[in-house]
Write a protein that binds this ligand. Sequence first.
Ligand code: IPM
Ligand code: MG
Length: 366
Amino acid sequence: MTKKKIAVLPGDGIGPEVVKQGVSLLDSLSEALDMTFEFSEYLIGGACLNAHAVPVQDSTISACRQADAVLLGAVGSPEFDNNPPHLRPEKALLGMRAALGVYCNLRPAKLYQSLASASPLKPEIVAGIDMLVVRELTGGIYFGEPAGIASENGEDVGRNTMIYSEGEIRRIAHQAFQFAQKRRGHVTSVDKANVLSVSQLWRKVLTDVASEYPDVTLSHMLVDNCAMQLVRNPAQFDVVVTGNLFGDILSDEASVLTGSIGMLPSASLGDGAPLYEPVHGSAPDIAGTGKANPLAMMASIAMLVQYTFGRTDIAAAIEEAIEAVLEAGYHTADLQVQDGTLIGTEEMGRLVIDKVAEMLAVGAGV
Ligand code: IPM
Ligand code: MG
């Protein structure tokens, strides 16, 4: 069996609770994957600020760079809301993404049929939602310089810079087209080209890269229109590719259409160690209550198994197990399902792990 190093960053709020389920799931797959796992845990975010007065330690970043994959729960806590940007929990996540060079963030939003009634939109509108948001993750206004608050002409001025180089746009465009080739063959590129120069360049480069993928169709959409189309006709989208800020906003919107932000997994890929995390964040209001939905974390493990270990079969088993458990009526509190059985984090984790084991045993002919 090959040994894989997994860096585990539970973080804040519900992070540790959901990460625990993700780790258990991955560990349970050891035999099926023919791998053993060495899990090493590190502090990040508010947890690290409290212990070491920094949002993440350099030694943690180095350890993550050496890992085969990084699992992250969530960062963020209201306790640090008034801290300057470099001493906020979120800074750790941004620093980690930059240090790992994970520029390609995949956020798949798919409707599980049993959750159609949990969506805030009408069932006929959400039917058939199956999209992949490809968010550029290490550039744009999140990282552009100059940035900061400075005193100018007797008053404070806040400034950020939205900047993309042609190379940064080109590499994320290639990713989007390649994912579309494996899906339904359509890319929607989202920008604000009617106003922003950075978007005009984005559009030009996307159009140029599209010529290398004749089997994929490309359309451009302005971000305001996209926000509207997501609630009007979300099933029209296959792959949506966009910059860091627009991707942050639109992926939250896309996720809730599928029933709950507690369902959306993510993978962040680049040239170094890949990072897997649920999209939902730390949810401090329910932290420690055992109510958190671990499914986004568990679906992030499916992405890990698929993208880092190349085991599409096992990734599919995890997704089918999640679907089966939901179909059996089990749901966490965030999923506004009428009937069925309300359960907590631990029970949900256990049910999915058992179901995956059952599916793999059947698949193996046992
Ligand atoms: C996300 C989050 C982060 C982001 C925050 C916590 C920095 O909202 O992953 O979507 O804005 O990227
Ligand atoms: Mg976000």
